[in-house]
Design a protein. Structure first.
Lengths: 321, 78
């Protein structure tokens, strides 16, 4: 069926046969074709998605988001926060100022958490990679589950009234208010372009390296080995994938292509989704940074909720498919 | 003039500091530069995302690195 990526398939087949003189049915040939197909495709999608998100983001500067979410209630506030989080990825080094600024701006704790969960989890790199490697249905499923987890996690924290476990200084600092600057459309697009170049410049080596590793697995690692360790027959594959994902912060670009190759050999997609979520949402550096504003009890509740939620998503998806 | 760079010491904060210094030098301004890494102080100045640039305690640029050319007008208006 010809589709969006048919020209990329032609290119990969043509280059494998004509430029490298390899038979695509051979081990080396299939590895090379896998690499030549995936790299241009993923890079193209990353350019498109990060440019779009970078441009859209200019309408959702943190100041504007704080204004939208200020005083919002349980549920509707959580839904709004999680949805806005899709379009506003942020670096974990900003988690603390954002957290303080939101709380001081009247955003409820649970709503703030919904945003803090969704924003890093549903980011342009993860979405572009899932789309390129697994198709748009899986990318949308990931966004859907991510938003659901963010809503649920934030609501639980809101309902438990855990404000007492926020470090007291957060409530005491006087917080200034910045401005929301008006921007002409050209400047917004320029910002999208700038943000796209920054992201691409940072992640392309991981993408190329990850796809090279994936290509090797694709051509050389026997399928029954993958089935034995990560296949549907192993009931612990999901929690193990989640645990493996935690230290791999920011390397989603490098590890997703490897999971694609594993999925091609029988690893179930729910395990892939859970793994991706663990990489993006449960990063060790972010937890360490958040410890500045959260008492250990609240941090523990947050980590436990996310871990349980992500494992549940993995199992649920594996059962449903 | 006091140029303040807000952020917890990540690579981007250093890039922003270099841009701001280059802009101030080009304009021939008398300036001192201050790095603000304390979260309370960052919150007090009103920055929600870092890195950020403030001049004399007023926030000018938030959440990204900018070129010296982009920073010049921000310094001139202060």
């Amino acid at each position: 069926m010809p589709g969006l990526f048919t020209p990329y398939e032609w290119f990969a087949r043509w280059a494998t046969e004509r430029i490298f003189g390899l038979d695509p049915a051979s081990r080396l040939g299939s590895s090379v074709e896998f690499f030549l197909y995936d790299v241009p495709k993923v890079i193209t999608l990353l350019v498109l998605v990060s440019f779009a998100v970078g441009t859209l983001q200019t309408w959702l500067q943190p100041e504007a988001v704080r204004r939208i979410l200020g005083g919002k209630r349980l549920f509707f506030g959580n839904v709004a926060a999680a949805v806005i989080g899709i379009f506003t990825p942020f670096c974990s080094c900003s988690a603390v100022p954002l957290f303080i600024g939101f709380l001081k701006g009247g955003v409820p704790l649970g709503v703030t958490f919904s945003y803090l969960i969704a924003a890093p989890m549903v980011n342009e790199v993860a979405v572009a990679l899932l789309w390129g490697l697994f198709g748009w249905r899986i990318a949308l499923t990931y966004i859907g589950f991510g938003v659901t987890l963010a809503i649920a996690g934030g609501m639980v924290i809101g309902l438990l009234k855990l404000e007492k476990w926020v470090e007291p200084f957060v409530w005491e600092v006087p917080a200034g208010a910045g401005d929301v600057t008006a921007m002409p459309l050209r400047a917004r697009a320029a910002e999208g372009w700038r943000s796209m170049r920054e992201i691409l410049g940072k992640v392309w080596p991981y993408i190329v390296g990850g796809i090279a590793a994936g290509a090797f697995i694709h051509g050389y690692v026997p399928g029954d080995l993958v089935m034995k360790w990560a296949g549907p027959g192993n009931p612990f594959a999901v929690p193990v994938a989640v645990l493996l994902g935690v230290p791999l912060y920011a390397n989603v670009a490098g590890v997703l292509p490897i999971t694609e190759a594993l999925a091609g050999k029988g690893m179930p997609l729910g395990t892939v989704l859970a793994f991706t979520m663990a990489v993006t949402a449960l990063s060790a550096p972010e937890m360490i940074i958040l410890r500045n504003v959260l008492r250990p009890q609240l941090l523990a509740v947050f980590i436990a909720l996310m871990t349980a939620g992500i494992i549940a998503v993995g199992y649920l998806f594996n059962v449903l498919l | 003039m006091k140029i303040q760079i807000l952020g917890s010491g990540c690579a981007k904060c250093n890039q922003l500091k270099e841009s701001a210094e280059a802009a101030a030098r080009d304009l021939g301004l008398a300036y001192e530069i201050e790095k603000i890494t304390d979260f309370k102080e960052i919150a007090r100045l009103g920055a929600l995302v870092t890195p950020a640039l403030a001049v004399n305690g007023k926030l000018k640029l938030v959440g990204r690195v900018a070129s010296p050319e982009e920073i010049k007008p921000l310094l001139q208006e202060s």
